[in-house]
Design a protein around this ligand. Sequence first.
Ligand SMILES: C[S@@+](CC[C@H](N)C(=O)[O-])C[C@H]1O[C@@H](n2cnc3c(N)ncnc32)[C@H](O)[C@@H]1O
Length: 161
Amino acid sequence: MGKFDLGSRFDGAVCLISTVGLLSPDGFSPHLEAAARHLRPGARYLVQQGVFGPEDALWRSEWDAERNGVKLQVVWEAFERDAALLQERSRSRVEIVTGARAGEVVEDLHATTFWTTEAWRQAIAASPFTQVACYDGREDDRPAVDLDRGGGLLWHELVAP
Ligand SMILES: C[S@@+](CC[C@H](N)C(=O)[O-])C[C@H]1O[C@@H](n2cnc3c(N)ncnc32)[C@H](O)[C@@H]1O
């Protein structure tokens, strides 16, 4: 996602669940350039990425998931952050409750970009895109919200030039 050439243009693009947060701030710009090159003028790029206030508390998400008789208990929490360097470390713990692998625990550490609302605004302003809206992905009806409100599952509606 940092550099790609698909040889054609599209009417829209999506990127889910803070995937772009896996890119460093320096890696995000070429991604936006590449995405813009693949979109027709006026096309939308819907990006889901959490953005926060520099002083916001460390986040913690906990949820259960189930599919085909396999139940999971998932905890994902940020445990370290350097807002000035836009860096965050988090850990995920997936406990397999039922199914063939019941009792197993899968733990991972993650190093991601901690996007403050100001840094996000500057990154988009420096890109070919224009951000025209923001939606709260935590709410079922995904209401339009102000970017400055921040949030972990925000959707950003970007318009290609
Ligand atoms: C949050 S997950 C994607 C979730 C998926 N879009 C979904 O909705 O279920 C992020 C994925 O991006 C992959 N990834 C990390 N860096 C990448 C890169 N530079 N280019 C492409 N994929 C990358 C990771 O391996 C991981 O599988």
